[in-house]
Write a protein that binds this ligand. Structure first.
Ligand SMILES: Cc1cc2nc3c(=O)[nH]c(=O)nc-3n(C[C@H](O)[C@H](O)[C@H](O)COP(=O)(O)OP(=O)(O)OC[C@H]3O[C@@H](n4cnc5c(N)ncnc54)[C@H](O)[C@@H]3O)c2cc1C
Length: 398
């Protein structure tokens, strides 16, 4: 089969690797608009579950990713005016450049053709076209009537920066400024650099003047705000090199369907996942695994593509819900930033909604350690009444 992947990100490259492993007779081409070695962003995090999948599907590239990955242990939470707290957990991180180097080298070894500096603006001629050209997919837009994309803009402003400060571990930092709270997630991704993602509400962003600053001035201002965490190291914004700035609003992409004849969406082109749970690359790579499995069955293409879409939409639904809950938690962060350190860290670690944080918060309110008005603001009237009944039952049992 002649297969063309539009986009040489993690999804496109990994799918090319797996499809070629499944059938060396496939003619596979990856078209990437950037020059080789050029990409956006800094390091990404991942966990054991992705490594397990990688070792199962291609132990060769998995071994290289494992060797290159930076291992970190526990989460540190620092918020101005509060004691530093630690949350259990460990994970891995890797520079995006390094990940793409590993995957493109593996794809080439297997005989995949990769063409760089090839910006695609129409659907290429192939038996199967995989549109893995990112969140702003051109191919998706060309067939929007089939895919039915929907894009929701997140409220908060964020920027993806890098720094030569090597953090000890995954660190959340929150600073109170005269314009409101602003925070970062930082983690080392090699021995020389860390990723540094900053987020704040649009009011704080404007209040601090970021709407009037270019990339260089903005990075310098952020380095000043977060100076106590950076040990005098700078922050870098890729976009500043071209005179721009990397501040964005997160775009949550969903599509009614993922296939249109012989064209199929994969990775961020099909769905995006808020960066606050660090899973977009994992989901893009797992899409590649599912699509390669579906194509390898030898079923007619429409059947195979439908099976792929169904498998992925079902598998990722819980994580998508967690990502939404997490992004909303950060959008409402100013409401709970005044909690004492332990409660704040607890709420942060449960922001995905996997454990019902409200129950803990309600417990505190019954102990008169939290103003009930704050709690009522956070819970809808129905949820409040239901939660109150449950706590009364628990208390009556004691
Ligand atoms: C701030 C931030 C932090 C993140 N952190 C993490 C994290 O810690 N862990 C994690 O798992 N995920 C993270 N993600 C998500 C992750 O970056 C994406 O989900 C992932 O890169 C998706 O992979 P992809 O291959 O689908 O798309 P992309 O990586 O976007 O790749 C698409 C490729 O297509 C190319 N392209 C686009 N248009 C064209 C065209 N017309 N012609 C040719 N080529 C084209 C682009 O140049 C790009 O190389 C983060 C995202 C953000 C915004």
């Amino acid at each position: 089969m002649r297969i063309t992947c539009v986009g040489g990100g993690p999804a496109g490259l990994y799918f090319a690797v797996l499809a070629k492993l499944a059938d060396p007779a496939h003619e596979i081409t990856v078209l990437e608009r950037n020059p080789q070695g050029v990409t956006y962003g800094w390091g990404v995090v991942f966990w054991d579950d992705l490594l397990d999948d990688l070792f199962e599907y291609d132990p060769v590239s998995a071994g290289r990713i494992w060797d290159a990955a930076y291992k970190w242990d526990e989460y540190e939470v620092r918020a101005s005016g509060k004691a530093v707290t630690h949350l259990a957990g460990y994970g891995f991180s890797l520079g995006r450049h390094r990940l793409l180097d590993i995957l493109s080298a593996r794809a080439r070894e297997l005989g995949v053709r990769i063409e760089y500096q090839d910006e695609v603006d129409e659907v290429p001629d192939a038996d199967l076209v995989v549109a893995c050209d990112g969140a702003a997919s051109k191919i998706r837009e060309l067939h929007a009537e089939h895919f039915g994309p929907e894009i929701d803009m997140g409220r908060n402003k964020y920027i993806w920066l890098g720094t030569p400060k090597v953090f000890d571990t995954f660190t959340f930092g929150f600073e109170r400024t005269e314009a409101g709270w602003i925070w970062f997630h930082a983690y080392p991704f090699d021995d020389e650099r860390s990723t540094f993602i900053v987020e704040c509400t649009p009011e704080t962003w404007q209040g601090l003047g970021f709407d009037r600053m270019d990339g260089e001035a903005g990075s310098a201002k952020l380095a000043e705000i977060f100076a106590s965490h950076l040990d005098a190291q700078p922050l870098f914004d890729h976009k500043a090199l071209s005179g721009g700035t990397g501040w964005l609003n997160f775009r949550r992409v969903t599509n009614r369907r993922w296939d249109a004849g012989h064209i199929v969406l994969m990775g961020d082109a099909a769905h995006t996942t808020h960066f606050a749970i660090g899973s977009g690359t994992k989901l893009a790579i797992q899409d590649a695994m599912a699509l390669a499995d579906a194509v390898a069955t030898g079923d007619d293409l429409p059947v195979a593509l439908e099976r792929y879409e169904h498998r992925r939409k079902t598998a990722m639904a819980p994580l998508q819900r967690a990502a939404l809950a997490s992004s909303r938690w950060f959008e409402q962060l100013p409401d709970c930033a005044d909690m004492p350190a332990n409660q704040f860290s607890y709420a942060l670690s449960n922001r995905r909604g996997e454990y019902p944080t409200w129950r803990y918060v309600l417990h505190l309110s019954t102990q008169r350690r939290l103003p009930r008005a704050l709690l009522r603001k956070a819970l809808s009237a129905r949820r409040w009444n239901r939660a109150r009944r449950r706590v009364l039952v628990v208390n009556a049992g004691h």
